[in-house]
Design a protein around this ligand. Sequence first.
Ligand code: FAD
Length: 378
Amino acid sequence: MQHSSHSFDAVVIGGGIFGCYAALYLARKGMRVALLEKEARLFQKASLVNQARLHSGYHYPRSLATAALSDEHKERFTREHRAFVHFSFEKYYAIDRFGSFTDAAQFERFCSKLGIRCDRVAEHPLFNFDRLEALYRTEEYSFDPLLLREYYSAQVYAHDHIEVFCQAQLREVAVQGKCWQIAFSQQEKEYTLESPLVVNATYAASSAVNALFGCAELQLTHEISEIAFINSKAFSNKGLTVMDGPFGSIMPYGKSGLLSLSSVAYTHHKISYQNTPHFDCMIPEDPACTPSAPGICTTCERRPHSNAYKMLQQMQQYFSDEVRFDYWFSYFTIKSKLKANYIDDGRPTEISRLRETPGFFCLFAGKINSIYEIEKML
Ligand SMILES: Cc1cc2nc3c(=O)[nH]c(=O)nc-3n(C[C@H](O)[C@H](O)[C@H](O)COP(=O)(O)OP(=O)(O)OC[C@H]3O[C@@H](n4cnc5c(N)ncnc54)[C@H](O)[C@@H]3O)c2cc1C
């Protein structure tokens, strides 16, 4: 087997949007960066399989901190990613009459505190007001994960300070003086990289990679999650999110023309309470998917059966009879959350420096548009 050694100013592990953004940010400062990704291509997990909601805050009436952070970065993210954002669709938020953690008065107070648009709609032919306590026309956009993938992949591959290593299997880590020595394999090749700085941007694998570098694990839970894709003649280019509890959401998946469908009750198929994801579908015969380096769920033959029809049945109740949806296909991935946010449903992005020399940062991302938090820390 071939073996080669290289030295870099920084090694970023994880090729989702956070790893790509971190690599670009460091490279633009003049640093030579290695970007290590476990899979054959970038952006195959949470950065691709998500609801594509460019959060404006509406979604977090129980976490003013997350709501405020969404708004803090929304404007810049939108400005810098205009070509990949779908602006022109009608977005509605609604409150279920039964079992919601919020009500119309509280939701209106919350939106007014955040200064975000929320216009009450008294009547609308597409919705079923027997189930909805209140309906609001809001302003929320959708980013396009497929276009973001093309954009960020092109950027990192084109940058002459960044070397991308896909299919990288981390093997061993050691400290020598002020540097990390990181051994990994890539198909038939073995590499050792030397670097004074490592950035862990592996999301579901954050705790495992922290542990490999001798740093504290994050306290996480993990869920195998499904995003279903649907369309509808009557409800095209529109979105509805029902708040706040075990409800669901339908909204444009960026500019793809499809609507993403998810539901708090049915999107999450399996849950793992350990810091690294442990699911019964991970089997020893499949080294491509382990608790320390999970695989791609969408293409896995052991992925859960789709809950799309249950989600559709649940969401259908909020619409009048003239609205019908067709189901196309689903994506699956692991969604990871900080245990600390179990109660308030917040999705903060946490970036921590876990070691001074050699340096080690862990980026744990709550939302796509919080990539700019990287600049505050790195
Ligand atoms: C179902 C779901 C819905 C969501 N909805 C929204 C939404 O509407 N709006 C929003 O803003 N956010 C949403 N999010 C959150 C958002 O998608 C994530 O916060 C964000 O994509 C995380 O980006 P990332 O780059 O950290 O992770 P990822 O995109 O998962 O990238 C991590 C990368 O690390 C790689 N990796 C893992 N282990 C290793 C290893 N050992 N060596 C090398 N590479 C490794 C993985 O293969 C992967 O490519 C959602 C997330 C999910 C799962």
